[in-house]
Write a protein that binds this ligand. Structure first.
Ligand SMILES: C=C(CC[C@@H](C)[C@H]1CC[C@H]2C3=CC[C@H]4[C@H](C)[C@@H](O)CC[C@]4(C)[C@H]3CC[C@]12C)C(C)C
Ligand SMILES: C[S@@+](CC[C@H](N)C(=O)[O-])C[C@H]1O[C@@H](n2cnc3c(N)ncnc32)[C@H](O)[C@@H]1O
Length: 361
């Protein structure tokens, strides 16, 4: 080949590699590139060990039941997955029903806006985001409602990512992020005009504890909406396939144990809430939330090759390949949960803190 041909081939290969590594595979809403994947607050050389530690929780089921250990285990999980989520999914770490003619990004935003519309907040109100991730929902909600949103997450790496995104979006005057445990929140009683949680309270070992905290910080008369991960009325505990799917979802999503949809309202009432509305947003006529996972299969393989190459040449931390493989398998369990109808990640419950506390009888 003459020198010009050689130059052209080289240039083409370099462009192809750049496209594959830097441009392909990122989320619809770019936040992370493959070359920037990290272990969150964990140093690169400790990612693999932390991954093994994460799995060890599941080898000792009794350990997971030790409620005090759960927040640390969830924190480790989010150090491992946050960058991969942002890179491969976007800044909103949740599902939403598909909407005909709309992009995933629009469907995600509408699902988030519905939450804040349900709690009827006004511009300038103070709203709590319970388990805020890197703040995708928080920004959509602040922009839509002009309320001041305060988000809380257990993971410090997410706090930094969320603050960075808030600033970039020009929403840092409306959005505040706090690092803390939603089971014991660093907020005063009766100080929020509304609250919401999107696919986050499933990480609480006891739902009662997080609901009681939300109840405490809400002003009397104000509303709280939660999108809960639950097993549905189709789930049968004596069906081995159902059990396999649900356990697969729990292992791959740092869940101390999925609850049945029937338990949610019971817990809410027990801590003092009035149940205003309850509805599984995944049920027809809503279109499936899991089609986005199904459609991504080719992209997962491409991502897997990319992560493997990046880890082999030392750009991505070693354990990234294991974490990616775990997510790959989790996507399959989630899809099976959706297809069979035994699982929903969007069981919506709307609750009100009464004006007058219920009298003790
Ligand atoms: C609410 C929670 C998280 C829900 C979802 C945001 C995530 C659940 C499973 C995740 C993913 C699975 C497959 C990954 C894929 C292999 C990779 O190449 C790109 C990222 C994934 C698509 C990733 C994205 C986020 C999820 C869909 C839980 C934790 C309570
Ligand atoms: C699946 S993510 C959802 C994030 C966000 N709601 C969204 O939809 O993008 C779950 C979030 O809950 C947070 N979380 C889990 N357990 C927590 C705890 N005990 N205290 C505070 N945050 C917690 C995680 O750190 C994470 O940010």
């Amino acid at each position: 080949m003459d020198p010009f041909g050689l130059f052209c081939t080289g240039a083409l290969l370099a462009c192809g590699l750049y496209w594959f590594v830097c441009l392909l595979g990122p989320a619809e809403q770019k936040g992370k590139r493959a070359v920037d994947l990290s272990g969150g607050s964990i140093s690169a050389e400790k990612v693999q060990d932390n991954y093994k530690q994460y799995w060890s929780f599941f080898r000792q089921p009794k350990e997971i039941e030790t409620a005090e250990k759960v927040p640390d285990f969830v924190d480790t999980f989010y150090n491992l997955v946050t960058d991969i989520y942002e890179w491969g999914w976007g800044q909103s770490f949740h599902f939403s029903p598909s909407i005909r003619g709309k992009s995933h990004r629009d469907a995600t935003r509408l699902h988030e806006e519905m939450a804040v519309d349900l709690i009827e907040v006004k511009p300038g109100d103070r709203v709590l985001d319970v388990g805020c991730g890197v703040g995708g929902p928080m920004r959509a909600i602040a922009a839509h409602s002009r309320a001041n949103v305060v988000g809380i997450t257990i993971n410090e790496y997410q706090v930094n990512r969320a603050r960075l995104h808030n600033k970039k979006a020009g929403l840092d005057s409306l959005c505040e992020v706090v690092c803390g445990n939603f089971l014991e929140m660093p907020f005063k009683d009766n100080t929020f005009d509304g609250a919401y949680s999107i696919e986050a309270t499933c990480h609480a070992p006891k739902l009662e504890e997080v609901y009681a905290e939300v109840f405490r910080v809400l002003k009397p008369g104000s509303l709280y909406v939660s999108y809960e991960w639950v097993t549905t009325d189709k789930y049968r505990g004596d069906n081995p396939e159902h059990v396999e799917v649900i356990q697969g979802i729990e292992r791959g999503d740092a869940l101390p144990g999925l609850r049945n949809y029937k338990d949610i309202a019971e817990v809410a009432k027990k801590v003092g809430f009035e149940v205003v509305k309850e509805k599984d947003l995944a049920k027809p006529p809503a279109l499936p939330w899991w089609t986005r996972l199904k459609m991504g299969r080719i992209a997962y393989w491409r991502n897997h090759i990319l992560v493997t190459v990046l880890a082999a040449i030392g750009i991505a931390p070693k354990g990234t390949v294991d974490v990616h493989e775990m997510l790959f398998k989790t996507a399959d369990y989630l899809t099976r949960g959706g297809d069979s109808g035994i699982f929903s990640p969007m069981h919506m419950i709307l609750l009100r803190k009464p004006q007058v506390p219920p009298t003790q009888s």
